[in-house]
Design a protein around this ligand. Structure first.
Ligand code: F6P
Length: 319
């Protein structure tokens, strides 16, 4: 294989640039030319593809976001759009493609794989919701951002003897909420895995204030409940002032932290290596310290395990 392309797709994640950099440099190492696709599958079907050189990827190892741009592009579910994308790659003699993104992006990648393009998926999402890898690129940076923000909220919450209700991202996965909850020593967490029980949440906060704590922190995964209403309900039931904060998209930005950089670099190198051997239809995962490969079908049909011991920790340590 002489020419490969890379695209980033779905919600951006810190570390995507690190992966792009490692792909370009590994391609040079394995004697291949790298191409970049602008704005994910949209650019692929609109023929927005250009050569990526070493120069494009200097000084991006510490940059958040993605230099290639990303997009959610539901039109790519249609076969006619996929065929146009294949044509755009073929007319440049590009035989291999690396898709950096989450499960949704892997479905697009799988379609291209079935149409004869050797395609590799690199898991990158702050949600850490991809079953075929313990950790996805971007998760730990987003977690650090959430923890840093909640630590700041704790300062003011402590000063005013308040409760802080903090909403974190995660879509249908509670990992950001769970890990952040443990890292900040929150009173209670609400995630898709725990479900939402208003009375239980209020009772836990009350218990905490009854033990003479000056402040309380409740971490809630997005879409679980209206955090502003929950704050009002907690305030009414506990008589402690309560404020809600939605961390939102700040969690997606920022300099990738060290582990995300190492993960992105190792996964990217493996992807290019596989393409150099003319192998495709693979998703790279990191499981128990080792990189592994799965077919798109295997990866997309896996179920995520709930880290139940970690959930246990949140309840156990608040006494
Ligand atoms: O998948 C990453 C993510 O940030 C989720 O946590 C969140 O639900 C979603 O993307 C937000 O998407 P958008 O940027 O399109 O609003």
């Amino acid at each position: 294989m002489k020419k490969i392309a890379v695209l980033t797709s779905g919600g951006d994640a810190p570390g995507m640039n690190v992966a792009i950099r490692a792909i370009v440099r590994s391609a040079i190492h394995y004697g291949m030319e790298a191409y970049g696709v602008q704005d994910g599958f949209k650019g692929l079907s609109e023929n927005d593809i250009f050569p990526l050189t070493r120069k494009h990827v200097t000084r991006i190892i510490n940059r958040g976001g993605t230099i290639l741009g990303s997009a959610r592009y539901p039109e790519f579910k249609e076969e006619k759009t996929q065929l146009i994308a294949v044509e755009n790659l073929k007319k440049r003699d590009i035989e291999g493609l690396i898709v950096i993104g989450g499960d949704g992006s892997f479905r697009g990648a799988q379609a291209l794989s079935k149409l004869g393009i050797r395609t590799i998926g690199l898991p990158a999402t702050i949600d850490n919701d991809i079953a075929s890898t313990d950790y996805s690129i971007g998760f730990f940076t987003a977690l650090d951002t959430a923890v840093e923000s909640i630590d700041k909220l704790r300062d003011t919450s402590f000063s005013h003897q308040r409760c802080s209700v903090v909403e974190v991202m995660g879509r249908h996965c509670g990992d950001l909420g769970l890990y952040a909850g443990i890292a900040v020593g929150s009173e209670f967490i609400v995630t898709p895995e725990t479900g939402f029980d208003k009375s239980k949440t209020i009772a836990e906060v009350k218990k905490s204030f009854d033990r003479n704590k000056r402040h309380a922190i409740v971490v809630v995964t997005e879409n679980m409940t209206d955090v502003h209403q929950l704050a009002k309900d907690i305030e009414k039931a506990t008589t402690h002032e309560t404020r809600a904060t939605v961390l939102g998209h700040v969690q997606r930005g920022g300099t990738p932290q060290a582990f995300d950089r190492v993960l992105a670099t190792e996964m990217a190198e493996r992807a290019v290596y596989l393409l150099s051997k003319s192998l495709g239809d693979k998703v790279i995962g990191l499981n128990r310290k080792d990189l592994e490969e799965f077919s798109f079908e295997e990866a997309l049909s896996m179920k995520r395990e709930t880290p139940s011991k970690r959930y246990g920790l949140v309840g156990q340590l608040k006494n």
